[in-house]
Write a protein that binds this ligand. Sequence first.
Ligand code: F6P
Length: 549
Amino acid sequence: MALHNTNPTATTAWNKLQQHFNEMQNASMKQMFQEDAQRTEKFHLQWNDFLVDYSKNIINQETIALLLQLAEEVNLQDAISKYFDGDLINKTENRAVLHTALRAPATAEVKVDGENVIPEIFEVKNKIKTFTNEIVNGDRKGFTGKTFTDVVNIGIGGSDLGPAMVVEALQFYKNHLNVHFVSNVDGDHVNEIIKKLNPETTLFVIVSKTFTTQETLTNSETIRKWFLSRDFGSKQEDVAKHFVAVSTNIKNVTEFGINPENVFPMWDWVGGRFSLWSAVGLSISLAVGYDNFDKLLKGANEMDEHFKTSSFDKNIPVVLALLSIWYNNFFGAESEALIPYTQYLQKLAPYLQQGIMESNGKSVDRDGNQVNYQTGTIIWGEPGTNSQHAFFQLIHQGTKLIPTDFIGFVKPLYGDNNHHDKLMSNFFAQTEALLNGKTEEQVNAEFTKMNFSTGQAEFLLPFKVFTGNKPTNTLLIEKLTPETLGSLVALYEHKIFVQGIIWNIFSYDQWGVELGKQLANSILSEINSGNINEHDSSTTFLLQHFLKK
Ligand code: F6P
């Protein structure tokens, strides 16, 4: 059954939100905090190891009530059921969207074309488990009988970003295997990686849902050539020992020389950017062990249950999605920042850039009409405190409104409280500063203390004032574990879903990346032949310059 297609701007809630925005656009959060001692009590959610404080937003109870009404009016509950039940909600590709099934328990039943897919998923999970144990324990060996020391994940987009982000995030839980990632078709990238490797002890995991992606195939071929180079004494049949693949395209994989037994299948109902829970996460399992990989899935499943069963006002992904819509569609905010206060999550923003922007970067609604409202937000971010010393100036005193998610942890992993207390005092200080700013009176009081002359003080005053009133969400999580990471990633996945439903767009296709790929292929033929076809004058000029090399 199809999703209900509702133009959000035609709902009663949207129109009321528009009027409500007129009243709220100049509202002072600081004043709202002063007037209501219960504000944080009202605007926070606690679930498992997560505390989500959304009280530092330009909202009141009416804002939340209207946003919740919007979710009702677009039939969000019905859409959630269809999402989890395997309806063909990715209509432009005629597919279900079932990454949630990958982390469901063995007792679950999720049907695709009338078939329960859970047993098949568990078959692949068992295969991942066995393979991981064999590699980690050293039972599987390379072509000279040595145990594996290094793993290289070759993939791009969803076949790279998710595993790379999680392997980085969970490095505290890692075993002895060194895991590397090759993604860019830039030959300098692959050469920098392979120069550090010993082919006798390196396992290559080629990850490509389609097994047609230019970058991944080119990198795989370069690596296979290097692996077979005479210096190492490896033979064609050794490829099967060192190369495994994750793909839906078994034919192309076997043609590459991979033993069909070493192919980890995936399914077309798993989108690339949501695939780290499938065999695409093989390098995660290899890096941290299967049990930790399974805990990651368990954490995601817990968030799935929370999302599926909680009323919207207590539902973390729903509330965060609605707040984001409030800023995107009413305040006109163009981007959102995501600042994790842990170095482990340094790849979270790049990972979510694909998840969020490939999913909701659409301008045609589910009826095929151009939308007349804003959709996908731009997402960016870096870990705190580094980002404070880089771009926070603009968030505090620039002209743009940038709603920001702060993600922090109560406990550090190495128990170093000296560092952690400093890190977290910055975490709390930043959201407080963004809320309250600094008034003229406060600045003047500082000037008096510092014995500034009147002239100096008058001149400097406007530069030292902070308006504050900058919205933030605080996600304070107990500890970074495989489970909490799984829940965190699933939270953002569901936020993407909710926003796509409200914006009435298809979140699970990505036609926008195709045009560039097609043009790159035809330009490559022109570069190879030296004959430049007809282009705009700029492209012709650039190609002519390039071909002079
Ligand atoms: O270019 C976009 C994309 O199709 C992504 O959605 C996907 O994650 C990536 O390419 C890689 O695709 P594949 O896994 O088929 O190589």
